[in-house]
Design a protein around this ligand. Sequence first.
Ligand SMILES: Cc1ncc(COP(=O)(O)O)c(C=O)c1O
Length: 282
Amino acid sequence: MVFLNGQFIPEKQAFVSICDRGFQLGDGIYEVIRCYQGRPFRLGDHIERLFQSAQAIRLELPYGRDELAGFVNRLIADVTWDYADIYIQVTRGGAPRVHEFPAQIHPTVLMYVSQGQAVSPITLEQGIEAIIIPDTRGTLCNIKSVNLLPNVLARQAAAEAGAGEALFEREGIGVVEGAASNIFAVRKGVLSTGPLSPYTLPGVTRDCVLQLAKAQGLPVELEFLSREELLTADEVFITSTSKEVLAVTILAGQMIGDGRPGPITLKLASDYRALIKRECGI
Ligand SMILES: Cc1ncc(COP(=O)(O)O)c(C=O)c1O
């Protein structure tokens, strides 16, 4: 079943107009929420970010936060997969194509669940390779918008290079985030990640990791690192809803540290798992 504009219907009956502005103009926002044994992790944070994205693109959501959470819970009520991903997309709706906001328009709200993929134990143990590419995006990266062309091209470049992620490097600023992840580094026992800014998505996982680091008493600095600073860091890792906390052991063809996930990365990854267990019971 999928949720489309207030109704729970079979996927085969769920259709969106060819005039939908999400389809024609990329005029929409989205969220991805991971569920562990049918329980959504940090649902409230994801719904809050959806509302922030909506406000940033001046779109009024037709449902309140609690109502939306109720729909999500109904959608996953029968899910038996250990890992599932809820996708929520809201576009400005369907109307004859003009760039400015049409006067009479109702948002299209779509939600569905798919089976989630856990990162394999071998990948967790070895870490991944990442490439660094120029950031061709603008300054709306704090909005989780469906305009993902630079991210799609970045991930494709990573896949073609045999890497698992592409990190965006922004001139004069540093390496800001991954195509679908936030970046962290550990240098001399200090954890760093970029500050909240128009160049990065305020990741829900990033936020959890910062809280876990704080609980451990780990020193944290919020700043963007340059390519050189990342390449000479003791540890580098990425965070995201689906990848959780994942070490980057080869970056731009160079080994990070001794080429294996470092102790701080592993501790934060296991603390993150423990948090999931506490909140979702898996
Ligand atoms: C560009 C970008 N940055 C960061 C993230 C990580 O965000 P979260 O931890 O909320 O999944 C994502 C997730 O897809 C993303 O697309």
